[in-house]
Write a protein that binds this ligand. Structure first.
Ligand SMILES: *Cc1c(COP(=O)(O)O)cnc(C)c1O
Length: 387
């Protein structure tokens, strides 16, 4: 039987088991312990973040961020539309309303001009959003400087969802460390993983301390159990933090291999008619967490979905680019500013198998499969245009 080739699977290094064993040997299994402190500190060293709180998921980190900023029922929160649903769900958890913002074509991330115009308009009518959540998609940073400038001008706090962008840079610095709060994810498909987990970072120590407090059931400092606020059970366990410490040590290698995957795909497929890869914006270095391409049906001869299905038949998993949140049934009532770019990227975009543990044979199989679809499509295309 043909071996399935998956989109992005966990890739464990040499040190993780050692750290787990240390947690077992010292009986630090609970969501407290030395690995957590070390993981947070090492994460700050690698990203340049000021302070960090390790939590149970990226989604939990977003939920805490919005709460720390004071998002309340009825508030509006601006949010990238081209992203995974986990970016926006916590806005709903808090009873607030997302207002989606379209992407630009240079980074596929939030369009800074649209954001500025929207903030300008909202300032005029006295209805500024409570926060802006910008996403750094597929390992590429959004154009943070103009986004941050617009937020600062209207005094709206910026939260960065860098779940997919650990290891990337924006003008030499880590996306996730520019806004008031940044979040990361260590889910199984991300560039490094703790099996499940997340990180919340900020330069403000009080915010991060408050995040830890809320993540551990908001317990007041008293010998008995006393609570003056509603909290959550969102802390990462010490065992999983041990996995994270091991994974941090291989992050740079993982980035290098994912970029290499992209190079191999791009040099083999980049000249096929109707194929274009996700651009790398000049303001930073993308990790190519996922290699994404655009299938132009006219020039390619068939559409993205036919490519996906042809590859699925050969046990190769690919995925359409995120379906924009403003098109999701669950957000049907929400406002979206622009939307055409994200809709087009969804319509024509495909994510290829991109794991750092793929072999060159795996990559070759993907390349052969796409080339075969292209050859077939071109034949049919030539035939049709001649007849
Ligand atoms: C994975 C992901 C999340 C959620 O992270 P979890 O750790 O799975 O909760 C949030 N935003 C984006 C953009 C993601 O890709």
């Amino acid at each position: 039987m043909t071996k399935p080739i998956l989109l992005s699977t966990p890739h464990i290094g040499d040190r993780e088991l050692e750290f787990i064993k240390e947690a077992f040997d010292t009986n630090w299994i609970a969501p407290v312990g030395p690995h957590i402190d070390a993981f947070e500190q090492e994460f700050c060293e690698i990203t340049g973040a000021g302070h960090a709180a390790a939590v149970s998921s990226g989604t939990a980190a977003i939920h805490l961020s919005l709460q720390l900023i004071g998002v309340k029922p009825g508030d509006e929160v601006f949010c990238s539309t081209l992203t995974f649903v986990a970016t926006a769900n916590p806005i709903i958890y808090l009873g607030a309303k997302p207002v989606f913002i379209d992407s630009d074509r240079t980074s596929w991330n939030m369009n800074p001009d649209l954001l500025r115009e929207a903030l300008e308009h909202r300032a005029r009518i006295g209805k500024l959003p409570k926060a802006v959540v910008v996403v750094h998609l597929y390992g590429q940073s959004a154009d943070i400087n103009p986004i941050l400038e617009a937020c600062n001008q209207y005094e709206v706090p910026l939260i960065e969802d860098a779940a997919e962008a650990l290891g990337a840079t924006y003008k030499g610095r880590s996306p996730g460390t520019f806004g008031r709060i940044g979040i990361y994810s260590f889910n199984g498909n991300k560039i490094i993983t703790t099996s499940g987990g997340g990180m919340l970072v900020s330069d403000e120590p009080e915010l991060v301390a408050k995040a830890r407090f809320l993540a551990t059931q908001a317990r007041d400092p008293a010998p008995h159990y006393q609570h003056s606020e509603i909290g959550y059970n969102y802390r990462l366990s010490n065992v999983l933090a041990g996995i994270g410490r091991g994974q941090l040590r291989v992050l740079n290698e993982r980035v290098a291999v994912r970029r290499r995957n992209y190079e191999i795909y791009a040099s083999a497929l980049g000249n096929l008619p109707g194929i274009k890869f996700m651009p790398e914006a000049t303001f930073g270095r993308a990790t190519r967490w996922l290699t994404c391409l655009i299938v132009d049906p006219k020039a390619f001869g068939t559409n993205r979905e036919q490519v996906r299905l042809a590859l699925a038949k050969q046990q190769i998993e690919t995925r359409p680019v995120w379906k924009p949140l403003h098109l999701q049934p669950v957000f049907a009532e929400c406002e979206c500013i622009g939307g055409e770019v994200a809709e087009d990227l969804f319509e024509r975009g495909l994510c290829l198998p991109s794991g750092s543990n793929l072999t060159t044979q795996d990559l070759d199989r993907v390349i052969q499969a796409i080339t075969a679809v292209s050859t077939d499509a071109q034949k049919t295309y030539t035939y049709l245009s001649q007849s």
